[in-house]
Every structure is written in C-alpha cells, then in structure tokens.
Design a protein around this ligand. Structure first.
Ligand SMILES: [Zn+2]
Ligand SMILES: [Zn+2]
Length: 232
C-alpha cells in the first residue's frame, strides 16, 4: 500500500491499483481489483487501523475483471454498496467482464491483448450494483464525488472527481501512466475514447490517479490538455 495524498492510498492488485479514500467516519474504495483481491483490501484496512465494516462504498469505473472482479467478494465481506454507470453495471450483474474490444494502435498493444488479456479471466462473479450513476452525478460519498461518463475504453466507463486533497481525478482505464501518459491498450470505440480524453483536460483537478501506472501529482489536467488537446 502506498500513500498518495493525505487521505488517499493506493492498493496494488496484480497490475491494477485500487484506491482507498480514508476519512474518520468512512472508507471508500475506487475499483475492486481482480478476483481474489479481498485479502489485499483487508490487509490495507488493517494497516490503516480500520475494519472491513468501515468500507461503505465501492466506486467501480467499469466492467473489466481487474476492476470489478472482486466486487462480489468485497460486498459480501463488508456490506459495502457499489456505484457504476448503468451500461457497465448491466454486465457486472450477470458476470460478463468484456464487450467486443480492439487493441490500440501498435504491435505492443496487439501482443498485450494476445498474451495478457486473452489469458486472463473473461467472466467474473456476478455482483450487485446498488446505485447507477449518470454523467455529472454527485455521489453522497466522502463528502461528495462527481462521476463523469467518459466512454470509449468501455461503453459505461466512469471517472470520479474528488475535490478534496487538491482535487483528484480517479481515471480508471480512461488513460494510463505506465510508460508516460497514454491511451489504454484496448478500446471498444476509439473515437469516443479520444473525445473523452479531450473532455478530461477540461475538468478541474491537480492529481490524476490511474488504475495502471503511477499517479500524476500536480498539473494533471494540464498534462491531459498537452497530450490530447481540448475539445473544439
Ligand atoms: Zn479496462
Ligand atoms: Zn484495467
């Protein structure tokens, strides 16, 4: 586990980083991790002096197995409720982890699909999603978190903006920072994805927390504008 800001911690589950927002009254989890990640979350809470029951809300950016795979087991152990966009919630409720997708341009991404994604889980344990969130919805969680519908990687992909701790955007897989700021290795619709990346640059946040790759710790919205421009 690594501390990102005063209240935010990253928990690594395979190549995914889930995030905890830790407040005196509640703990919030951003993305559930691969199937079998409950133990990692439990260890992280214990290290913070908190209990499983302190986890009230799980905000899931999208349906893929590294993000929603452990949702059912976490809900069972904690009683936490899940928040998702309706388009991806529908898949998670029936245990479907992917729609049809395509690799991003480049040989490396094609190989990543063949060697990593195709060999990983294609289904997940079906999980309840208690709350469906539309674009611009403000969740009554951690003092208020705004959800933005930013499709392209998946049809129901959400990013979550927490205005505290300087303003943190939790990106999910809308972009990654594995080898610098980049688009994800797969997408369902690349033109929608590129539109979403431009839209992200128009949001107000200083810190970007990625599901894959290190956080950007300042001027993060500006970094998106430099990389992908702003919408015309
Ligand atoms: Zn994904
Ligand atoms: Zn991912």
């Amino acid at each position: 586990m690594k501390q990102v800001t005063e209240h935010v911690y990253g928990v690594d589950s395979g190549d995914l980083t889930a995030y905890l927002i830790v407040l005196p009254e509640t703990v919030t989890l951003i993305d559930a991790g691969f199937p079998g990640s409950l133990g990692l979350i439990e260890d992280a809470l214990q290290a913070l002096g908190r209990r499983l029951g302190d986890l009230r809300d799980v905000l899931v950016t999208h349906c893929h197995p590294d993000h929603a795979g452990a949702l059912a087991e976490i809900e069972r152990a904690t009683g936490a409720v899940a928040w998702m966009h309706p388009l991806d919630a529908e898949l998670v409720r029936r245990g479907q982890a992917f729609r049809e997708f395509h690799p991003a341009p480049g040989e490396k991404n094609r190989v990543f699909v063949e060697e990593v994604i195709s060999k990983g889980p294609q289904t997940i344990e079906p999980a309840e999603v208690e709350h469906e969130v539309e674009d611009g919805g403000v969740l009554p969680v951690a003092g208020g978190i705004t959800a933005y519908h930013l499709p392209g990687h998946s049809a129901g992909h959400l990013c979550f903006l927490w205005p505290q701790d300087s303003g943190i955007l939790f990106l999910g897989d809308a972009a990654n920072n594995v080898e610098g700021l980049n688009e994800p290795p797969i997408h369902e619709d690349r033109s929608l994805l590129l539109e979403s990346l431009r839209k992200i640059g128009e949001l107000e946040f200083e810190i970007a927390c990625f599901a894959h790759g290190a956080p950007l710790m300042g001027g993060a919205a500006e970094a998106f504008r430099q990389r992908w421009g702003a919408r015309s």
